[in-house]
Design a protein around this ligand. Sequence first.
Ligand code: HPA
Length: 256
Amino acid sequence: MIGIIGGTGIYEIVEMGEEIETKVIETPYGKSPEISVFKLHDKDVVFMPRHAKGHEYPPHMINYRANIYAMKQMGVERIIATNAVGSLEVSLKPGDFLVPHDFLDFTKVREFTFYDIKTVHIDITEPYCHDLRNKLISSSEVVENGVYVCTEGPRFETAAEIAMFKQLGGTVVGMTGIPEVILARELEICYASICMVSNYAASISGTKLTIEEVFEVVEQKKDDLVKLISDAIAKTPRERKCPCSYALAGAEIDEV
Ligand code: HPA
């Protein structure tokens, strides 16, 4: 089973599928948003709108644990996530796509682990699944590497913050990629993200940031994004050969 976590505006992918069913999953962390289960390229696919219908939850209020746990309960082994991002580099323009290879975490108040009682130190040296990233990269004209900076939001960033993120090696900035990628690894699910640049980050373009420009770019590029994901799903083999499937090996402290 392949899971898609859709950010702003790619709900159209469901319409490409067959045998579409909708449901809400109950988890120990609360309910998932309404998900759609369908067949695409003869594979079982689950689509989850990250913000729920009508963009109900802002980034810092999303129940990330319920969302990822629901994916696990559905039997999802790989997650392709989409994230709208601001670009820290002039050469990376609104409308471009990027598949990050690493992240910097500047979130503040999110539930970021499933292991609050048991001690588990998961290895996250390479946080995004190498094999799944390759399926997204080979699909079309996308930037193959980049560091995703996650802020808490819901506000955009200050000019000084953006200057700092650039100095630290950040490429794009968004509000939703963390803790999803971490929680997926904790449940041994492969995770890769396709980021859509919706704007230049604060101070890079010199103009005021508005949510309208973010939605405008997403609207223009959503067909390309849907195709990219659909192509990646077509190319994804059934069996996993990557280390994500045994991420917990060597991560748990043995009982003493
Ligand atoms: N900053 C943070 N999150 C975002 C941005 C941004 O510029 N654009 C889209 N999501």
